[in-house]
Write a protein that binds this ligand. Sequence first.
Ligand SMILES: Cc1cn([C@H]2C[C@H](O)[C@@H](COP(=O)(O)OP(=O)(O)O[C@H]3O[C@H](CO)[C@@H](O)[C@H](O)[C@H]3O)O2)c(=O)[nH]c1=O
Length: 353
Amino acid sequence: MRENYQKLLITGGAGFIGSHVVRLFVNKYPQCQIYNLDLLTYAGNLENLKDIENKPNYHFVKGDINDAGFIKELFETEKFDGVLHLAAESHVDRSIKDPLAFIQTNVLGTVNLLNAAKDVWEHNMEQHLFYHISTDEVYGSLDNGGYFLETTPYDPQSPYSASKASSDHFVRAYQNTYKLPIVVSNCSNNYGPNQFPEKLIPLFINNIKNNLPLPVYGKGENVRDWLYVVDHAGAIDLIFSKGKAGETYNIGGFNEWKNIDLVKLLCQVMDEKLERTPGTSEELITYVTDRAGHDLRYAIDAGKVMKELGWQPSLQFEEGLRKTVDWYIANTAWLDHVTSGSYQKYYHEQYGN
Ligand SMILES: Cc1cn([C@H]2C[C@H](O)[C@@H](COP(=O)(O)OP(=O)(O)O[C@H]3O[C@H](CO)[C@@H](O)[C@H](O)[C@H]3O)O2)c(=O)[nH]c1=O
């Protein structure tokens, strides 16, 4: 935590990564008032924060980062010392169907927050920090090997990554133009408890549980780097506490998996946990039409955050995956709740069954 900070705004704190960040900050910094601003769209869920909702330093505000007037008023009233901005539309497939929603929330919503911060903080700018939590997808696809470094030029390929790249650029532009102290981190694929089951791992856990097909895009050859969400939250804490204003930090697990290999491992773990005959879940694998413009490989070099700030992921992937599966099996009510309504509609539209 930056010294003397007494009040923080965390946007998107009811979502997947946001809820893990809120929990960490509320528990670790009891002297600091943590305001969770979330619109509670389909991916936001206050159930994710049940264990901390009654803590005296936790405050929930329902609201929209697209409502500039409301955001400005919130900043003026609460006088936050710092902001951790995680609210975003985050699913690539949704961005392909509806790019405008991503521009609205990820670009315009971010600019609304930046405007409020620069206006309200203008007389003592250097005492504040605006932290933008972003994605490694801004760097594009590494089809010929190598790793994303903080210096890798941006080359976003999907409407989602283009919107996040744009918001990163706006954050840096506000530092350059208005001297707003900022920090940006770009992280690889997260997995763990509370992830909405539209993303690969929770979608497939839920489908295996319900004996539904596992739609592997293309040939399953795409490569992603996976990081346990609690480890990402730990990196965010370190960067917010000790990161240098103006810097970018890449975060990842040095843990690359081809989708099909990951899916087969997940099938094995699920067979074990559900006490099914080995091989049962793999039979559900169905190769489907590839995602349009599907990035082949993301691989991120997290050396800087490790060397400069001493961050290390705490979990090996198989251990994290088992922990994650255990959580989804133990939290059937959570899964049933989020897979009713909007999810069902989305899933049927997407896969027609
Ligand atoms: C949902 C789904 C995904 N896939 C593939 C597409 C990807 O290659 C891989 C992971 O897909 P997703 O879980 O959608 O995640 P991906 O597109 O990599 O993006 C994630 O990781 C990014 C960080 O790299 C985050 O910024 C994004 O918000 C997050 O959604 O699995 C399938 O083969 N079948 C599926 O049904």
